[in-house]
Design a protein. Structure first.
Length: 576
């Protein structure tokens, strides 16, 4: 194909200025960062919140004289046209065929500058490539949609192969009679390998965070956790249980002979351009071993504070406190409430060549360029407290401790905050005020808590309504009154819900967003803590000072059409 569209074109910076999206001063600032990081100019401008991702794509399309394809543009594609590019190649290069005309195909790409991708696709299809540009998310969604039926057909073929081969695998109950060498040979057969590969790849395609492989008395159940909720997706025959579990244990370097004790392992796979780290946990149950795989994408973290769900006032408070020279900021909430994501977003925001930022985590879920990340290892004694003690000898400006679990870690974190370091960490408490109580209950003196803590943030995750099937409805007056919402006669309040569609697997929800409760530790709060005031008294003062409680934060998102009232009532329990 002709690559003339890459030869002569106006610079991206000039086009952005011409379109009144940035100023010359902002462009110079971005160029300065570009020289130090070698990151693409457009990505820098997006990360600096100067332009949106959509603005960047539209301007790149204008620069290269190619078409920009938005999400709606993928709806008219015919499945047989989309699948002209093999799935592995489509995922590797994030590219999808839009249409075919004689000997030419138009291909939506996330990176039309990738000449290697264009050449490879051209060689495979033996057709001339005409590139277009689209967002990574839109292309991934389209790939998942158009290759879904092919995957379903493949899994049916795999199960059929297994039945035709009459694969005989001994039952887990006869542990002492299992021939391990025979079992190893069986799980290395192509059908079992294909089945386990499908279970994992399908989970990644469906955006699952965890895979649960659960033996019951008469069947094996496989469930995916998607957007925080478990969904049953497959029930392979019971006789395949040992082979599936053994295959996963071999991949994660676990002892296949040990079936009576819990084990932990991990392995990494490549899925297109993405590298996925799988943390594997096995526990013995009365019907065999239950396996849970946690899926973590090993990529540069790309969430921004503006995308987490903070309202404008909360975002303003965050931006002020995360740039303070010292002090401690605590994120609280149950497991799976998004605390790590918020911490990574903060660190990505404040990272700069002038800052020495060091973290100690368990596990290191995402890698952030320019930040020194340490993996805690409790088996060899590298605890949060011991790691933090060593970090303080490394001349840090900012420190992140994965979790404050004990008095020693709490004391070290507070000492760090009091000696000129900015410290971020997490606690397991139900609300923001609870973090003060928890630290004091750990044995930390109230005056030290007041002196070190600058911000306590409670958070939860709720599911977003799927934008592709969202519909409005009028809630009942009884419901509105119970929520404290009393509209004027001329005012109509609408709630929203998802009908369910292919995009959201008929759940009505797609991805999640955070709810936040931010407690600013000002002088009035400090005085109450020093007086050993009850948590309810501190909370009342915080509300007087303008703190938005979790339930109210959730109701705002319901009225905005972001989430449903059912999600909020399930997630936020208002305390009397």
């Amino acid at each position: 194909m002709s690559k003339g569209y890459l030869q002569e074109h106006e610079s991206l910076g000039n086009l952005l200025i011409k379109n009144n999206l940035i100023t010359k001063g902002q462009l110079e600032e971005a160029y300065h960062k570009h020289k130090h990081t070698n990151e693409r100019l457009g990505d820098i401008l997006v990360n600096m919140d100067l332009i949106s991702a959509e603005d960047l794509l539209k301007t790149l399309a204008e620069q290269l004289h190619i078409e920009y394809i938005a999400g709606e543009g993928f709806k008219q594609i015919k499945p047989e046209i989309a699948q002209l590019i093999p799935e592995s190649i489509a995922r590797k290069y994030l590219a999808l065929t839009l249409y075919k005309e004689k000997s030419q195909i138009k291909v939506a790409m996330s990176d039309p500058f990738d000449l290697v991708a264009i050449d490879d696709i051209q060689k495979i299809t033996k057709l001339e490539i005409k590139p277009a540009i689209a967002s990574k998310r839109d292309i991934e969604d389209a790939i998942n949609l158009f290759y879904k039926k092919r995957e379903e057909t493949q899994i049916l073929e795999v199960l059929k192969d297994l039945q035709e081969q009459h694969l005989e695998i001994q039952e887990q109950a006869e542990e002492e009679k299992i021939d391990l060498e025979s079992l190893k040979r069986q799980v290395e057969d192509a059908p079992i390998v294909k089945l386990v590969d499908y279970i994992i790849s399908n989970a990644i395609s469906k955006r699952a965070s965890d895979i649960h492989i659960e033996p019951t008395e008469k069947k094996l159940t496989i469930r995916y956790r998607i957007d925080g909720v478990l969904h049953e997706v497959l029930t392979p025959p019971k006789q395949l249980q040992s082979a599936i579990i053994c295959r996963i244990k071999i991949l994660s370097n676990l002892d296949i002979a040990e079936r009576r004790l819990p084990q932990d392992g991990r392995f990494t796979i490549k899925f297109g351009q993405r590298e996925i780290d799988l943390r594997v946990s096995s526990i013995p149950t009365i019907f065999g071993e239950k396996i849970v795989l946690r899926l973590l994408e090993k990529s540069t973290f790309n969430f921004r504070l503006e995308e987490l769900g903070l309202d404008s006032n909360q975002l303003k408070i965050f931006k002020h406190h995360i740039y303070l020279p010292y002090g401690m900021i605590l994120l609280t909430g149950p497991t799976g409430s998004g605390k790590s994501t918020t911490l990574y977003s903060i660190l990505s925001r404040i990272q700069s060549p002038e800052q020495n930022i060091i973290t100690i985590e368990d596990p290191v879920e995402y890698q952030i360029d320019g930040i020194n990340q340490i993996q805690a290892n409790f088996k060899i004694g590298l605890t949060f407290a011991k790691g933090l003690r060593s970090i303080l000898r490394q001349d840090p400006d900012t420190v992140m401790v994965g979790e404050i679990r004990d008095q020693e870690t709490a004391e070290m974190a507070i000492r760090s905050a009091l000696t000129g370091h900015l410290v971020f960490s997490t606690l397991h408490t139900n609300d923001a005020v609870g973090s003060l109580v928890r630290l004091i209950n750990m044995g930390i003196e109230p005056f030290l808590v007041c002196s070190s803590l600058s911000l306590a943030v409670a958070q939860r995750l709720v599911r977003r309504i799927c934008p592709h099937c969202k519909e409005a409805y009028t809630p009942s007056e009884t419901l509105l009154e119970s929520l404290g919402l009393q509209p004027d006669r001329n005012e109509h309040i609408f709630f929203y819900r998802g009908r369910g569609c292919e995009k959201c697997n008929n759940t009505g929800y797609y991805s999640r967003i955070g709810l936040f409760e931010i407690l600013v530790i000002n002088q009035s709060i400090r005085n109450l803590v020093l007086q050993n005031a009850l948590p309810d008294t501190i909370k009342r003062k915080a509300l007087e000072n303008g703190m938005t409680p979790l339930l109210e934060s959730g109701l705002h998102k319901v009225i905005q059409g972001i989430t449903s009232i059912e999600e909020i009532l399930k997630t936020c329990i208002e305390e009397e």
